[in-house]
Design a protein around this ligand. Structure first.
Ligand code: NAP
Length: 273
C-alpha cells in the first residue's frame, strides 16, 4: 500500500527496462513489512539525478551501467572498499548526505562461499570489466591467487596489475589449472545462448565454475561444467546476495533472501528460453 509515508528507492542506469531489481526489492519490502517502493529510473545525467534524489528524499539507490564510476564524484562519502574497487553500485541517503558502497563484490564472494572456500585457491576470472574488478578485489582480499583471462591484452594486463594478479590471454587458457573459474563476460547471455567463453575440454570435475550471467540461468558454460561433474554457481546467487546487502544498508533490517531469490527466479522463468 503506497501512502504519504512511503519511502522511495530506485535504480539509476541506462538501460533499466529489463532490470530484475524492482521485482526483487519490492517483494523484499513487502515481505519485511517496510512501507517502501522501488522504481527503475532511466538516467542519462547522473549528477542531475543525484541532485533530484536529494531534493525528493529518495532513501536509497542502486546504480547500474553506465553510471557506476560517474556517480562517485557527486557523493559525500564513499566506503573504503568501493573506493579501492573504483565503482559504486549502491547509494544510501541519510538526510541529504549520500554515501556510496559496492555490493557486487560482497555478493559474489558470498555466492562463492556458500559452495567453496577461497583462501589459497587458484582462481581464474574471465573478463576484465567492472564486474571482474569488483569480484577480483574481493577474491584477492579473501586470499585467493588470481589469474585474469581476457580477450583484450591491455585491459587484462591493467586489471591484473591493479589486483597484483597474473594475466593470460583468454585463448591461451590450458586445462585443469584452476580450482575456481568465474565468467564475468556477457558471453552466453540471451539471445546468444549457445556461446561460451571456454571450450568444455578445459573444464575438469575438480573445478568450481561460476557464471555471473543470469539470463539464461543455466548458461552453456554452466551446462558444460555440470556435464563434466563440476560444482556450478549461477549468476542469480550473486545478484540476490548483492541485492540483500543493499536492502540491509537501506533498511538496517535482515534481508529476506529466500523471498528475493524466488522473485528473481520467477521473473526469469518468464524470460528464459
Ligand atoms: P564490462 O565492464 O563491459 O566488461 C565486459 C568484459 O567482458 C570485458 O572484459 C570484455 O573484454 C569481455 N567481453 C565482452 N564481450 C566479449 C566477447 N565476445 N569475447 C570475449 N570477451 C568479451 O561489463 P561488466 O559490468 O563487467 O558486466 C559483465 C557481465 O556481468 C554482464 O553480462 C552483466 O550483466 C553481468 N553482471 C552480473 C551481475 C550479477 O549480479 N550476477 C553483476 C554485475 C554484472 P575486452 O576487455 O576484451 O573488451
Amino acid at each position: 500500500m503506497i501512502d504519504a509515508n512511503t519511502s522511495l528507492f530506485g535504480l539509476i542506469g541506462n538501460p533499466v527496462a529489463h532490470s530484475l531489481s524492482p521485482v526483487m526489492h519490492n517483494q523484499a519490502f513487502a515481505a519485511a513489512g517496510c512501507n517502501a517502493v522501488y522504481v527503475a529510473l532511466k538516467v542519462t545525467d547522473p549528477g542531475s539525478a543525484l541532485n533530484g534524489i536529494r531534493a525528493l528524499n529518495f532513501k536509497g539507490l542502486s546504480v547500474t551501467l553506465p553510471h557506476k564510476v560517474a556517480v562517485m564524484e557527486y557523493l559525500d562519502e564513499i566506503d573504503e572498499a568501493a573506493k579501492r574497487i573504483g565503482a559504486v553500485n549502491t547509494i544510501v541517503n541519510n538526510n541529504g548526505k549520500l554515501s556510496g558502497f559496492n555490493t557486487d563484490c560482497q555478493g559474489a564472494i558470498k555466492a562463492l562461499r556458500v559452495r567453496t572456500s577461497i583462501e589459497g585457491k587458484s582462481i581464474a576470472i574471465i573478463g576484465a570489466g567492472g564486474a571482474a574488478r569488483a569480484i577480483g578485489f574481493g577474491l584477492t582480499t579473501a586470499g585467493g591467487h588470481l589469474t585474469i583471462l581476457n580477450r583484450t591484452r591491455t585491459n587484462g594486463e591493467q586489471l591484473a596489475a591493479d589486483l597484483q594478479a597474473d594475466f593470460l590471454p583468454l585463448d591461451e587458457c590450458r586445462p585443469n589449472r584452476y580450482d575456481i573459474l568465474i565468467n564475468t563476460t556477457p558471453i552466453g547471455m540471451h539471445p546468444d545462448t549457445n556461446a561460451t567463453p571456454l571450450a568444455n575440454n578445459l573444464l575438469s570435475k575438480e573445478m568450481v565454475v561460476m557464471d555471473i550471467v543470469y539470463n539464461p540461468l543455466h548458461t552453456r558454460l554452466l551446462k558444460d561444467a555440470a556435464a563434466r561433474g563440476c560444482r556450478i554457481i549461477n549468476g542469480v546467487d550473486m545478484f540476490v546476495f548483492q541485492g540483500a546487502h543493499q536492502f540491509e544498508l537501506w533498511t538496517g533490517q535482515k534481508a529476506p533472501v529466500g523471498v528475493m531469490q524466488n522473485a528473481v527466479l520467477q521473473a526469469l522463468q518468464t524470460k528464459e528460453i
